[in-house]
Write a protein that binds this ligand. Sequence first.
Ligand code: SF4
Length: 383
Amino acid sequence: MNTSIKRNPTREVRIGSVFIGASHPIAVQTMCATKTRDVDATFRQIVELTEAGAKLVRVACDSQNDAEALEAISGKIRQLNPELREKINLSVDLQENYRIAEKIAPFVAKIRYNPGHLHHAEPEIPWREKVRWLAETARKNDVALRIGINCGSIDPTKKAEEDPIFASALEHVEWLGEIGFDRFCVSMKDSNPETVVRINRLFAERHPEVPIHLGVTEAGVPPIGIQKTRAALEPLLFEGIGDTLRVSLTVPNERKREEVEAGLSLIRDVEAGRRTVTEGWKCAGLNIISCPSCSRVENGRFVELAMKVHEMARYAQEYPITIAVMGCRVNGPGETDHADLGLWCGPNHVNLKRGGELLGSFPYDEILGKLKEQLDRLIAERR
Ligand code: SF4
């Protein structure tokens, strides 16, 4: 499959039973949105997504409880039939608690760390030492790393740069090179397709040897989430950039396999030479971005809320306004800073922002009305 696409000469990186980079097929991956601590639900979702065609399934892990759950999930995977077991490759998603890597590395094939999050825990330890420790942990446990940079959680020391995502990627790639670790890939994700194209092109030119994981973060609900992803990934894949990809969609748990199906369909189209979105395509008018949700989502009503925002805001389609709807405090505050109006979910309340300003926190039942008031006000001002 997909060996016919012209590919950049990146180096080969093994992640469990799958290889990315070089001339290996482009691997579609995704992430569980179940609570990691819910062992049965997460195990079921891992199996379902793998059977749908995901070569790699990521699971969030932030605590000792998550680490114990991951060990239990790994035990259940070991009991599967060998054919299915061999296809499952787990990746773990780290945030501030990078030290948890030592506990979970024996159960996974890849560890994703986010440079932006290495500045929070143990701030007295320089980030380079943390990365050195992560690389050693990866080496000891025979796992790969991903440097995963996201526009909503950028390294605070890079924010003033012209291209903070690109600058952060360069710094980490160069440091891993200095310490002699090369079993890694890089992702540079933004919610704006044009930015994704630009920074990935820049990076591929500078480091043609490093495998790239492509994706548009917070692409939102389908079908527009798929269209935004295609707007960025089609031009890149046609240029040979990209070794693995994820289509991030805001869908309920029982529809999560749609992310995998969208990724496979995108690759099939590129293989067939079909382009479905014109380069430079932009969301005309209203742009609603929303995260795909994951184990960290603070209230299970998030996906429903994101879908209701779409319905409620339909009347404002023609206005060039961005609304961000985010599932938790991790990328929520950062991503909503760049939107005209933003919602980020807490356990019982939703925070409403206008640009960088917090307007208040409201119960789930009231938030749509509050958002509509702000949307009306913004439209009146722009008129
Ligand atoms: S914003 Fe929070 S809930 Fe949404 S995908 Fe990111 S970490 Fe998960």
